[in-house]
Each structure stands twice: as structure tokens, then as C-alpha cells.
Design a protein around this ligand. Structure first.
Ligand code: ACO
Length: 322
């Protein structure tokens, strides 16, 4: 038994913030941001618009594409590092809003690898017979935890969400998923605020920000993604040439190009959204997937290689016959 993707959906908040808008906030330029990252613009959630709101719109679109009613869903796994609340999980809030009450629902926090991790978990549950209709979501409002005075991070991120519905199938489907982490790299990319280390009430969330050693993250990401795409193809018994589409985490165009080169794939066979979305963390891979499906580029029967890398470090991949 395999799990197959029955439908995809995504959602971007309506407000667009261009590089020129950021030039008015910090000492940066469209030329610097575009040449180092490939980013031209990103979407930003409106005041009061939450990760759960973005997830709801993406999930509704995925359910519609799959022809599945919310009441049929028996599992929700949601990747996020920017939950609406500490608890209940954003998956529980989404479940109630969709009207899927009673099914299993939980969040996965694997930073930018959140969606691919969630997909790996849901895939195992569908293959194991524990779910017949699983909703997998990646949703983030990363712009809520940025220091808007720090040019080294605030230009990189955006908000957005994507979702897929999985169902059992005798044919693949998801061929293999690989999930990894190495907590020894925490110091290179993290947010120092947490419950157990102690909030600082009255400081207006001053500590809630992404701290990142950009060039070190870059180097480890390129090497690690190089390794995981090799490992994934080997596990599936497939050759690079059998990959129809690379659907990578959208953090930096130069990291994406390095992975494509490793696979021998021309950029025409790589889904790129980072120019318009920025890095939407857990939202990035399912947003790119949904855009590729809806534009008609990704077709049924094609082989898709999804990969992601994020804080933790975490890294993950999925090889899918769509
Ligand atoms: N505008 C103008 N100049 C800037 C900006 C900016 N926005 N940001 C930094 N600079 C300056 C720096 O101060 C530095 O100046 P200096 O040489 O005078 O000291 C110079 O640009 C070069 O800085 P670097 O950090 O070395 O630049 P680099 O080429 O490495 O690019 C970047 C930085 C874009 C952050 C890159 O390292 C990167 O993309 N890293 C990976 C980030 C990533 O992938 N994160 C993914 C995971 S995110 C998650 O999990 C939440």
C-alpha cells in the first residue's frame, strides 16, 4: 500500500512587500537582495491574519481539488514553526474550523523542513493503514518573528501556506521519504524565545527574532541537500535522469541551483517561487508544488523530488510519482 496525493492547495496573503519597500526600512537594495537570494518580493499576512487562517485557505483548496469533504479527513499533520498559539496546536484549530472534529490532529515543528516532515509522518500513517484521508499542511507567518531592523534576516522571509490530501493507493504515490536532523547546529539558526527558557514579559516580544549565521547556513545547506538527494534516489532505486521535477525548499536561488546541478537537471525542470514568495519556511514546498500543479507543469505520472532544509538543522526529502 502507498499514499498518493489526491489534491493540492495553497494560499498567499494579499499584501505584497517588494525589495524597494524594504529599502525604505533598512540599508539594503533590490540589487543586493536579488543577486544574493533571487528574491524580488514576498507576501505578508495582514494584521490579525494568522498561520491558522493561511492554513485554512490552503486546506480548503486542497480538499476541493481532491474532491474530499472535510468530514472524511481522519488525520491532520501541520508543519509550522509559527503556530497561532502555544496550544492547542494549529492543527487542532484548523480541524475545528474545517469541521473535521474527532480526527487525529497535531503540529510538527521542523522549521523550514516542517511540511516535508509532516508528509513523511502522514505517509507512514496512510501506508500503515491508520489513515484513509490525510490532510498535510505547511503554514507560516515568519514575518511575525523578524527583527525589522536586521537587514541580514528581514529581507529573506515571507508568509504563506500549502496543503495536500493523501489517500491510500495500490500504486505509488509517495515512493520514499527521508527525514534527518542534527541539533548540534542550533547556534547557526534559531529563535531564542521559548516557554521553558522563560518569557520576558513587558519587553514587547523584543526577543522574538530569527538569529542566523547566513553564510554558514548556506554552506551546510548545499552539502546536506547534495547528500539527501543522492540518498533518496538510491532508496528509490532511481537515477537522476528519471526525476521530472525538482520541487525544492525556496530559501535561496543559489542553493536551489546547486542542488539542480548536482542532479544534472536544467533549471527548466526546477520549480522556483522564491523570487515571488521569499522563504515561507514550511509553506514553501507545498506552495511551489501547488503552483506547479495548477499551472499544468506537473502532470500525473511524473516523478517529483521534494527537499527541504531548515533550523535544527533539519533536512528532509520525498520522492513522489504524482
Ligand atoms: N543588504 C545589503 N547588505 C547586506 C544585507 C542586506 N540585506 N544583508 C547582509 N549584508 C551585507 C553584510 O553585512 C556583509 O557586509 P560586509 O561584507 O561589509 O560585512 C555582506 O552583505 C555579505 O554578507 P554575507 O552574510 O556573507 O552574504 P552572503 O553572500 O552569505 O548572503 C544570505 C547572505 C543571503 C543570507 C545567504 O548566506 C543565505 O541565503 N544563507 C542561507 C539562509 C537560508 O537558507 N536559510 C534557510 C533556512 S531558514 C529557516 O529554517 C527558518
Amino acid at each position: 500500500m502507498y499514499a498518493r496525493i489526491a489534491g493540492t492547495g495553497s494560499y498567499l496573503p494579499s499584501r505584497v512587500v517588494s525589495n524597494a519597500d524594504l529599502e525604505r526600512l533598512v540599508d539594503t537594495s533590490d540589487e543586493w537582495i536579488h543577486s544574493r537570494t533571487g528574491i524580488r518580493q514576498r507576501h505578508m499576512a495582514a494584521e490579525g491574519e494568522t498561520t491558522g487562517d493561511l492554513a485554512f485557505h490552503a486546506a480548503t483548496a486542497a480538499l476541493q481539488a481532491a474532491g474530499v469533504e472535510a468530514a472524511e479527513i481522519d488525520l491532520i499533520v501541520l508543519g509550522t514553526t509559527t503556530p497561532d498559539l502555544i496550544f492547542p496546536s494549529t492543527a487542532c484549530l484548523l480541524q475545528h474550523r474545517l469541521g473535521a472534529n474527532g480526527c487525529a490532529a497535531f503540529d510538527v515543528n521542523a522549521a523550514c523542513s516542517g511540511f516535508v516532515y509532516a508528509l513523511g509522518v502522514a505517509n507512514a500513517m496512510v501506508r500503515g493503514g491508520q489513515s484513509k484521508k490525510a490532510l498535510v499542511v505547511g503554514a507560516e507567518t515568519l514575518t511575525r518573528m523578524l527583527d525589522w531592523g536586521d537587514r541580514s534576516t528581514c529581507v529573506l522571509f515571507g508568509d504563506g501556506a500549502g496543503a495536500v490530501v493523501l489517500e491510500p493507493s495500490e500504486e505509488p504515490g509517495i515512493i520514499t521519504t527521508k527525514l534527518h536532523a542534527d541539533g548540534g547546529y542550533k547556534h547557526l539558526l534559531y529563535n531564542p524565545v521559548g516557554v521553558s527558557v522563560g518569557f520576558k514579559p513587558g519587553e514587547d516580544n523584543a526577543g522574538v527574532r530569527v538569529l542566523m549565521s547566513g553564510s554558514e547556513v548556506f554552506k551546510v545547506a548545499v552539502k546536506t541537500l547534495d547528500r539527501i538527494v543522492g540518498e533518496t534516489l538510491e532508496a528509490a532505486g532511481m537515477h537522476e535522469s528519471q526525476v521530472d521535477w525538482l520541487i525544492p525548499h525556496q530559501a535561496n536561488l543559489r542553493i536551489i541551483e546547486a542542488t539542480a546541478k548536482r542532479l544534472g537537471l536544467p533549471m527548466e525542470r526546477v520549480i522556483v517561487t522564491v523570487d515571488r514568495h521569499g522563504n515561507t519556511s514550511s509553506g514553501s514546498v507545498p506552495l511551489a508544488l501547488d503552483e506547479a500543479v495548477r499551472s499544468g507543469r506537473v502532470q500525473r505520472g511524473q516523478n517529483l523530488l521534494l527537499e527541504a532544509f531548515g533550523g535544527g538543522f533539519t533536512w528532509a526529502s520525498a520522492l513522489i510519482r504524482y
